[in-house]
Ligand binder design. Structure first.
Ligand code: GDD
Length: 419
């Protein structure tokens, strides 16, 4: 039977289709009309899920389906086929760029019904996004993950998908534990049982170390997490270790210290500060409210860290690596530096919750403290030791904090519009 226009259907050149199963059915869709809707449960279709908002407006629905099929066919002919979960975040953006440059075929997993759509991927240069094969689904669904991994037999999987805000994990622990624990469990198990040659790289976090005395944390530092997010990341770290040591799969954890970029989400302190700085420097009458400004973080540039992940994945033997700059700065240092780069010097006065920052030229209060941003179980300082990554992978961070701040400010100026 001839497939109708736009129908996501396997052709003779494609590998056999897989059976789609879903935990939730958002209404029964009619796939034969277009590839705009998800197919009904039990359909046998080529597993590329595209929803209306994911079709680039310039090429149109039917062409997009055709293009997706062409790329999918191509993916059966190249040597490396990679899946990036959580591809819509800042890390997914940089990783996609790096791997496309290597000529790999990239499959990306986006969370179903994500309010952010394709997220940071929208910033890819023209023509690049169309090269990525996007799938929609949840890492928490073992059926979905099993079928995707069994069917596709990826060479490599970068598991980045997570609920990544520590603050949100304190508010909504269940969601964080569910996504961050089930996600890695489903993926590692599907690889073990259905695609044992697939390499797995898990994006771990320095948050699992908690607030400890050691001046710098390395791969051998004992974890002491203090948030549901940190706990979930610790579990992922141990799970990856177990699957590597006892179940024979190539699996490794990148222990990532704070890494930021122009594509950072608004919920993180660096982006929050940069946005306010650009608005205030642009003449808006606004005051930046922050929590504890005396906590210290080891902030690096996300692109540098993704380069580290690629190096890790290229190793024959799987191993865990810390990625960090080894430099500590307070949130207040970041505030001073960001305002300074925007041409504003701050006079600080007051103490504790009453501390304020005023514009030295105008006297206006531009920074305040708000208790609601303080966290229980705060991690006051976390600094990484990336010696192992340097020695074994030849990795070192290229971007210092000043340059990172400057990149973030420039990007914010270009993309923000006056309210
Ligand atoms: N978000 C936020 N908002 N943080 C604030 C604020 C505020 O208004 N005021 C002070 N902070 C402090 C937080 O209390 C925290 O100590 C620090 O700024 C950094 O907070 P975030 O930017 O939210 O990052 P994080 O350190 O909690 O977590 C990030 O780094 C981890 C380690 O790499 C996230 O990217 C995690 O996903 C990541 O694993």
């Amino acid at each position: 039977m001839k497939p109708q226009a736009g129908l996501l259907n396997p052709t003779s050149e494609l590998p056999s289709p897989f059976l789609i199963r879903r935990d939730k059915t958002p209404g029964q869709a009619n796939l034969s009309k277009n590839c705009n809707s998800l197919p009904p449960l039990g359909s046998r279709v080529w597993p590329v899920f595209n929803s209306a908002k994911r079709v680039p407006p310039d090429i149109g629905q039917e062409n997009y389906c055709e293009a997706t099929l062409r790329t999918a066919r191509a993916s059966t002919q190249v040597s490396k086929k990679v899946l990036i979960t959580g591809i819509g975040g800042q890390d997914g953006y940089f990783l996609t760029k790096l791997l496309l440059e290597k000529g790999y075929t990239i499959h990306g997993l986006l969370r179903r019904d994500s309010p952010k759509g394709r997220g940071s991927l929208e910033h890819l240069e023209q023509g690049k996004l169309e090269q990525v094969i996007l799938h929609e689904g949840n890492v928490t669904s073992s059926d979905f993950i099993d079928e995707l991994i069994r069917f596709s037999q990826f060479d490599e999987i970068y598991h980045l998908a997570a609920q990544s805000s520590v603050a949100q994990s304190i508010q909504h622990p269940r969601e964080t534990i569910e996504t961050n624990v089930l996600g890695i469990t489903n993926i590692a198990t599907a690889i073990r049982d259905k695609s044992p040659k697939t390499k797995l790289l898990f994006a771990g976090s320095s948050e699992m170390f908690g607030d400890i005395e050691e001046s710098k944390q390395s791969e051998s530092t004992h974890p002491h997490p203090q948030s549901p997010y940190g706990l979930a990341k610790e579990l992922g770290f141990h799970l990856v270790n177990t699957y590597r040591k006892h179940y024979g799969i190539w699996a490794a954890t990148a222990i990532l210290f704070n890494h930021e970029s122009e594509y950072r989400g608004d919920q993180f302190v660096t982006k929050k500060i940069i946005k306010a700085v650009v608005r205030i420097a642009g003449g808006q009458n606004e005051c930046l409210s922050l929590g504890n400004m005396y906590v210290k973080r080891d902030w690096g540039y996300a692109k540098d860290y993704m380069q580290g992940l690629v190096l890790m994945m290229e190793q024959e033997e799987p191993d865990d690596y810390v990625f960090a700059t080894g430099q500590l700065h307070t949130v207040k240092d970041f505030v001073n530096s960001a305002f300074g780069q925007a041409g504003i010097s701050i006079d600080w006065s007051g103490e504790s919750l009453d501390e304020i920052g005023s514009n030295q030229d105008t006297g206006e209060v531009i920074v305040r403290i708000d208790k609601k941003f303080y966290r229980p179980g705060e991690i006051t300082g976390t600094c990484g030791d990336a010696t192992k990554a340097n020695k074994k992978l030849g990795w070192s961070p290229e971007t210092n904090l000043e340059t990172l701040i400057s990149k973030m400010i420039e990007h914010e100026k270009q993309t923000s519009r006056p309210a």
